[in-house]
Design a protein around this ligand. Structure first.
Ligand SMILES: Nc1ncnc2c1ncn2[C@@H]1O[C@H](COP(=O)(O)OP(=O)(O)OP(=O)(O)O)[C@@H](O)[C@H]1O
Length: 244
């Protein structure tokens, strides 16, 4: 089976700063991939390149059988790339339900019955009891859930989650992980950038580590986390410190 997403030699610089450097990886259909790396490593930039907010300066991005490298974000969304942002920016004056309807309308979701599809997504993401509340009145956890629900309302094949667990309590994080697992089990492929590694490890099949715009480690999540190089660059534990 061909990969759902395929990046080949993807590069992006801001001035002299190269934030995506020869990024090459595939995402299989149905896979859940985690991305970690220090602050400023280039993780969100990678999502901007996959989602179409930024164009790479070199390399190609293929999604669902098509070359999407030069395609606009709106077109990629219609093809099935759904994205949540690190800082949620819902339409605060609209109800939670209306936020989903807008996403399904403009994301080209292609649901037979958008209203009942959005209702189902509210149930799945634990927001049904808040459906008629203004999005501006939600708690942080609910805003994070709404961010994910709005992406799901575009009916994605691939869901990009950017630090969705950031700022949550341990219990809230646990509940959110259960929701993400359920979404993945429903057939949606996932790429999840997250600093809360234990949450990530509960969901993903594979882990990619980025540092200074390059992939520096990749593979089975626990093996990657045990790699001394990863411990040094990501957690600041140097092999020398441990020996001391
Ligand atoms: N539009 C831009 N113009 C100039 N520099 C940018 C731009 N976007 C990002 N950068 C820089 O690129 C680098 C990578 O940023 P990016 O947000 O991708 O990192 P990140 O790994 O997601 O970090 P964090 O974990 O803190 O969210 C940073 O040094 C950032 O300041």
């Amino acid at each position: 089976m061909q990969p759902l997403l395929s990046l080949s030699g993807v590069e992006k610089s801001f001035g002299a700063l190269k934030v995506a450097d020869a990024i090459t990886f595939d995402l299989a259909q149905g896979e859940a991939l985690g991305i970690i790396g220090p602050n400023g490593a280039g993780k969100s930039t990678l999502f901007n390149l996959i989602g179409g907010a930024l164009k790479p300066s070199a390399g190609t991005i293929r999604f669902d059988g098509a070359d999407v490298t030069g395609m606009r974000a709106s077109e990629r969304c219609r093809r099935g790339v759904g994205r949540s942002f690190q800082i949620p920016h819902p339409f605060v004056g609209m109800s939670v339900y209306e936020n989903l309807l807008v996403a399904s309308q403009f994301g080209g979701a292609g649901f037979d019955d958008p209203r009942s599809a959005c209702k189902e997504i509210l149930e799945k993401t634990g927001l049904i009891h808040r459906a008629n509340k203004p999005a501006g009145s939600l708690t942080l956890l609910e805003r994070k859930r709404l961010e994910m629900a709005r992406a799901l309302a575009t009916n994605p094949k691939l869901l990009l989650l950017d630090e969705i667990a950031g700022g949550l309590t341990e219990g809230e994080c646990h509940d959110l992980v259960a929701t993400i697992k359920q979404i993945h089990a429903g057939g949606v492929s996932i790429i999840w950038i997250e600093h809360i590694v234990h949450a990530l490890l509960a969901v993903v099949d594979r882990l990619v580590v980025i540092d200074f715009g390059k992939i520096v480690a990749e593979g089975e999540p626990r093996a990657v986390m045990a790699d001394p190089l990863v411990q040094e660059i990501y957690m600041g534990i140097s092999v020398d410190d441990e020996a001391a």
